[in-house]
Design a protein around this ligand. Structure first.
Ligand code: HEC
Ligand code: HEC
Length: 287
């Protein structure tokens, strides 16, 4: 940085200002010194004296008195109607404004078609999620979940293989297939059954495997329950898997998973969460 650049107007003005301030200060200070030296006191001494130290009878300056009384009035206003007793809070004011805005937002967008919802969701995704998941949602080479697969039958296969953790369910974490004693060849079968009969995907690429998968699902049922509903919130509700509702749950709880950490998205409102959920699910459905 160049300090003395007189071609820069702002720099030049600042320097002129600084010189002026120094000059004015010198003039005023020297005048005051002169006054102090020469001035004679005109007011009368009061009759009170303390060890020879007297006091002049100067009237209170009007401006000073006015400001004094205004300060008292302001203090009373401030205490009773301003901050302390009414406990005004700017954070509270902000929250109320956001709430009012969200009510308006919900009123305006409550009847979105599913196509518009996905379009809204895509916009939100590009702003809020693509930094980690990538513009095409492929997870940028394993930096975050690949959302083109997550939420599909293949996604279920991956979860069974690797396990899942980090949404802080009271039931704990999901171990990998090897730790659950699930045979390698049962994995696609279980995924077929869960995709077709339990999840919101409601179809499978391999109808023939569904019966076999239903038998092997017993291992999963110990946590997720026979019906897949997750025993009243102890474990995730697999009937939501493959729908926007599951994504919304991830946005509410965040995820400290194997790959990394995803924050909670409390700044999105309900419609926005659902919209981004619909968008994410549309990716794995290939829509
Ligand atoms: C020991 C209990 C337990 C068992 C057994 C279990 N899960 Fe899970 N599962 C969980 C928990 C806990 C989560 C949520 C993990 C998290 O995100 O915090 C989960 C998550 C899931 C998910 C959501 C995946 C995701 O990406 O968040 C799917 C799908 C799933 N499990 C399927 C299964 C299937 C199929 C089986 C049987 C092979 C199974 N689970 C066995 C506890 C279990
Ligand atoms: C700071 C980075 C980051 C941001 C921002 C982010 N995510 Fe994630 N997300 C992750 C990571 C990392 C995972 C994988 C966690 C794991 O399993 O290790 C993940 C996983 C997921 C999952 C799968 C959850 C599961 O149970 O396996 C979904 C769905 C998801 N993100 C959706 C979103 C959406 C929608 C947004 C935007 C609103 C978003 N993410 C923003 C990092 C992020």
């Amino acid at each position: 940085m160049q300090w003395l650049n007189l071609e820069d107007n702002i720099n030049l003005l600042s320097l002129i200002g600084a010189v002026l301030i120094v000059l004015i200060t010198l003039v005023i200070v020297s005048r005051m010194f002169k006054k102090m030296k020469e001035k004679k006191e005109e007011a009368n001494l009061s009759e009170h004296q303390w060890d020879e130290i007297g006091e002049y009878k100067n009237p209170i300056p009007t401006g000073w008195a006015v400001v004094f009384f205004l300060a008292i009035v302001w203090a009373i206003w401030y205490f009773l109607w301003g901050y302390p007793l009414k406990s005004f809070s700017s954070i509270g004011q902000y929250n109320e404004e956001v709430k009012a805005y969200n009510v308006k937002f919900e009123e305006k967008f409550k009847n979105l078609s599913s196509k518009d919802k996905i379009a809204m969701g895509q916009n939100i995704f590009l702003v809020q999620c693509s930094a980690c998941h990538g513009i095409t949602a492929d997870g940028i080479n394993g930096k975050a979940q690949n959302l083109n697969i997550w939420g599909s039958e293949q996604g279920i296969i991956d979860v069974i293989k690797h396990g899942s953790k980090g949404m802080n369910f009271p039931g704990g974490e999901m171990p990998a297939a090897a730790d659950l004693g699930i045979a390698q060849e049962d994995i696609p079968a279980i995924a077929a059954y869960v995709a077709k009969d339990i999840s919101a995907i409601k179809k499978t690429k391999d109808e023939g495997l569904v019966e076999k998968g239903k038998q092997a699902y017993a291992t999963c049922a110990s946590c997720h329950g026979e019906d897949g509903k997750g025993q009243d919130g102890m474990f995730p509700d697999l009937t939501k898997y493959g729908s926007a509702a599951f994504v919304v749950d991830v946005l509410h709880s965040g995820k400290k998973g194997f790959i990394g950490t995803m924050p909670v998205f409390s700044t999105l409102n309900d419609i926005q969460k659902e919209a981004v959920g619909e968008y994410v699910i549309s990716l794995s459905r290939g829509e």
